[in-house]
Design a protein around this ligand. Sequence first.
Ligand SMILES: Cc1cc2nc3c(=O)[nH]c(=O)nc-3n(C[C@H](O)[C@H](O)[C@H](O)COP(=O)(O)OP(=O)(O)OC[C@H]3O[C@@H](n4cnc5c(N)ncnc54)[C@H](O)[C@@H]3O)c2cc1C
Length: 446
Amino acid sequence: MKIAILGGGISGCALARMLAEDDHDVTVLEKSERVGGLCKSRQIDGFTFDEAGGHIIFSKDKDVLQWQLDRCGGEQNTQKTVRNTKIRWHDRWVPYPFENGVGHLTQAANVECMSGYIEAYVGRRTGAPCPENFGDWIQWRMGDGFARHFMVPYNNKIWKRDLTTMASDWVAGRVPEAPIEDILRSSIGVDTEGYKHQSVFWFPSHGGFEAMVKGTAKDGGFRLVCDARVDRVAKKGGGFEVNGEAFDLVVNTVPLPQIESVIEEIPADIRADIQALEPISLINVMIGVKLDEPLPDLSWIYLPFDDQGPTNRATYYSNYSKFNAPEGHGCFLAEVTHRGELRADDREWLQGVVDGLDRAGILRKEQVVLLEACNNEFAYIDQDLEFAARIARVRDWFDNSGYLTFGRFGRYEYHNSDQCVKRAMQVREHIRTAAASGDHAPLQLP
Ligand SMILES: Cc1cc2nc3c(=O)[nH]c(=O)nc-3n(C[C@H](O)[C@H](O)[C@H](O)COP(=O)(O)OP(=O)(O)OC[C@H]3O[C@@H](n4cnc5c(N)ncnc54)[C@H](O)[C@@H]3O)c2cc1C
């Protein structure tokens, strides 16, 4: 088949490579000057930075992990790091996840967290129903102490909305429940580890996270057209037309609100649903520092409190690969979410970010030799209470329309790049079946 893929992020490039292996004639149309999307990196004055906050390679799926490492030129072209993440809790460094680090809090906070946790635990065991909103879910799952001391301030900082107006269903798979024995052990000072699936991670030695997408496009066997904004897609005859060129099949990976006006057949009610899918944006502040001693062996730090500045997560990015900073230097990424109100070129605001990190003990402001920032309009999915119903209608329309759509914002799934690759594998299977049978059944993704 002659197939057009809209968007050259990891989703589009991964699928293109897979379909080319199956001997399809594949074209990727990417609006910007190069592939990468949210996985892009950039080089400035000898430093390398990821553009959309710190990215790491890890996956619960061994095949996907291997596929991603292969695209980096094999594990030998990556750095493998044992994850060391902490929460900056007032003047303390508390291991992450917070519940596994509870023994590092003050005794008073430890007791508040544990008594609240036990109360919540008993509530759940005696049938307290899972709340539909995220604010109440935090109390139900973690109890009042954990909520007050970390979960509520941290999530307020990221989501920028009243947590009781957010849905809870999306957290279920993302926040695994730690065994209560682990939390009790942590509370009495015996360290335990949470999120074991992510205890080590990989990162390309050279070129930042983007190297993984570049390696996907290189010798991928498909036609890549950059600087090619897709501005007209429609069905024509038995196939499709994209920017005037005929194709047998169209797969979209572009954020739905950015492609909605371009696809002719979308009905008015589905258009309205897509227009209501507002993204949460992210300014990623890129900071180069001159060092008089190596950075501590940390991966990233969560910053829940307002006196730490607007940053919610600071990445020790030169620890991912020593080639991310010139000799004698280090670099950080500071992530700040917003809803369209911040500007990445506001120097005063950027200095405020640095001042916050200085107060939090992450860096010293006099060390800073480079300060830049990058805005990412589509970073997080706004999980309001209507989101699930709205996106279900949108996906249902696409899956039955003959168009295929997937990707973090192409399907609005809160996915990391490994899950985008997994989805690409599933879409490839769907296309294989369709090509073999000639029957275009609706797309069904698990
Ligand atoms: C803060 C943050 C941290 C993250 N951390 C990690 C991590 O540690 N590990 C990990 O694996 N993942 C991480 N992710 C997730 C990861 O970035 C995404 O899952 C992945 O990059 C999504 O890829 P995509 O191809 O689906 O979408 P995108 O990367 O958004 O690609 C869409 C592409 O469509 C293009 N486009 C837009 N409009 C048009 C048009 N009209 N015509 C043609 N092209 C168009 C865009 O330019 C873009 O290249 C993180 C994400 C964020 C925001």
